[in-house]
Design a protein around this ligand. Structure first.
Ligand code: NAG
Ligand code: NAG
Ligand code: NAG
Ligand code: NAG
Ligand code: NAG
Length: 472
């Protein structure tokens, strides 16, 4: 059963390349923004294209607040689609909205891409902050450990974070790195509330005392640092080395990327109790855990179920930070239970995205903790690459038709073990691995019991879990 042609299960996933863009906001009442990137696309002509998505938070109106432009010298703006409203409040009691727009750029520099813009205005807030800054800086080097371009940390928040003053202790943010790098979260600007601390390594904001009632503005930057020394090679042939981040000494080289994240936190008047599940909603199973990674395929429906309970009140809505065309359907039960099902069918241009999806459950008095998951979008099962698998007693050879995988490059296929080599000719990409190398984990009893070869093979080949972490 080991030698047959099979559709290579899904997921040859590719990598992302960072690029440079500029973000320009003109309108007032900026409530925050986040960026996420699609895996880098190297086009047939050898040029790279960077697609990214920007989510913008608002109250009341979220239309066309954000538009971006390339900074001269760093990239060419090739496409910018109008932002689409992705979530808005259903009640008049609290207002929020979020929109998502998409842009594509072509880098004009082999080494890095810088995206930066500042604007005005944050809404009135406790610190009187007005100007904001958005964007990021991305390294365009090819990594020696993953044999791909660096992947950018994934982050987002819902549009409107709010918590009663006496209930706020901490806020965990999403800081997922697809390469398994160490992510550091830093305050981007200096004026920070003295009662607020940031756990850099956990990307968690903590209060050391009661925060003032009112709107708090947060401007963060996320950085990804290698856990081991990594060499970077650039398209112009040059290279550089990045030293491993030392979590104890804090010694580090410049990060691969720096991505800005901004949001607001509304500190509400104190609630009569903060017990999770009473007026502050509590999640119930099968709600995903914070930081879970889920997989979705192009053209196939993806679902996420969220359940919550607030027994002393009523859950009026769920806030969602998600991609365009993600539908939410809420059901209210008894005893303060409520659930929402998110349905999303990724389109072809969502392929290779790492989509952050964040959510909260809303009551009149409060909000549940925010949780975020990462949705990896892979190729659909109907348009998979054609692979031929041959097994002998000790090794397995996989060859994959290049034609069947648009724009694929052997360098983009990740193996569990970077020392495992691959080769290619004009038409195929080949990899040979013994059963105890290359991270293959085939168990003979599974094979005998008729396991799904395609799936397991693909997984072990790094196709189904393309964002594997380098070995520690
Ligand atoms: C970038 O845009 C300029 C002006 O439109 C054009 O001349 C140049 O060829 C473009 N470069 C790339 C790499 O697309
Ligand atoms: C980086 O390149 C240098 C010079 O080629 C080499 O000595 C070093 O071992 C490389 N480091 C890694 C982590 O590959
Ligand atoms: C990258 O470097 C190569 C070789 O020096 C050059 O031909 C190419 O135009 C550069 N590309 C960009 C985007 O700067
Ligand atoms: C509400 O949630 C609790 C906790 O899971 C569960 O035991 C109970 O059956 C739910 N009640 C309703 C009416 O759905
Ligand atoms: C490339 O290698 C594959 C697998 O060994 C083989 O089937 C194919 O004929 C080769 N193609 C060329 C053009 O050599």
């Amino acid at each position: 059963m080991c030698s047959r042609e099979s559709t290579m299960a899904k997921r040859a996933i590719l990598m992302l390349l960072p690029t440079l863009l500029g973000i320009a906001l003109t309108q007032e009442n900026f409530y925050g923004e986040s960026l996420s990137f699609r895996s880098l696309q190297k086009k047939k002509d050898g040029t790279v294209q960077v697609s990214f998505y920007y989510r913008e938070n608002g109250r009341g109106s979220c239309k066309d607040q954000l538009s971006y432009r390339c900074e001269i010298g760093y990239c060419n703006n090739t496409e910018d689609s109008k932002p689409v409203l992705t979530d808005s409040s259903s009640s008049a009691h609290e207002q929020w909205c979020q929109s998502e727009g998409q842009a594509r750029v072509a880098p004009l520099n082999n080494h890095s891409l810088v995206l930066k813009d500042t604007g005005c205005c944050w809404p009135p807030n406790v610190h009187g902050k007005t100007k904001w800054m958005a964007g990021g800086k991305l390294d365009l080097g090819y990594r020696s450990d993953t044999h791909t371009y660096n992947k950018i940390p994934v982050t987002a928040t819902v549009a409107y974070l709010r918590v009663p003053q006496n209930c706020f202790t901490k806020l965990r943010l999403l800081a997922y790195d697809p390469d398994g790098d160490h992510v550091r979260c830093l305050f981007a600007s200096t004026s920070v509330d003295s009662k607020v601390t940031l756990d850099e390594n956990e990307c968690t904001i903590k209060a050391t005392g009661l925060l003032d009632v009112g709107l708090h503005v947060f401007e963060l930057v996320l950085e990804d640092h290698p856990k081991r020394d990594v060499n970077l090679t650039y398209d112009d042939g040059s290279s550089s080395e990045k030293k491993a981040f030392n979590i104890h000494s804090g010694i580090h080289s410049t990060p691969f990327s720096q991505i800005y994240l901004q949001f607001t936190l509304q500190i509400l008047y104190p609630a009569h109790n903060c017990i999770a599940g009473h007026v502050v909603p509590q999640y119930l199973l099968p709600t995903a855990s914070h930081g879970d990674v889920r997989q979705a395929s192009v053209g196939e429906r993806f679902q996420l179920h969220i359940h919550a309970q607030a027994s002393e009140t009523k859950i009026m809505d769920f806030q969602i930070s998600g991609p365009q065309n993600m539908a939410k359907k809420m059901t209210t039960g008894t005893l303060g239970n409520a659930s929402v099902i998110l349905n999303w069918t990724p389109a072809l241009n969502d392929l290779y995205r790492l989509v952050p999806v964040c959510f909260t459950a809303e009551t009149y008095e409060s909000q549940s903790e925010m949780r975020c998951v990462i949705v990896m979008v892979t190729r659909s099962s109907t348009s998979e690459g054609k692979a031929v698998v041959k097994c002998s007693a000790t090794q397995m050879t996989v060859s994959l038709e290049k034609n069947s995988m648009d724009g694929i490059d052997k360098n983009w296929l990740n193996m569990n073990d970077p020392s495992c080599s691959m080769s290619s000719n004009d038409t195929h990409i080949m990899a040979t691995m013994s059963f105890n190398t290359c991270g293959t984990k085939l168990e003979s009893h599974e094979a005998e019991s008729g396991m799904d070869w395609d799936k397991n093979l693909a997984r072990d080949f790094g196709m189904e879990r393309p964002f594997m972490r380098p070995r520690e």
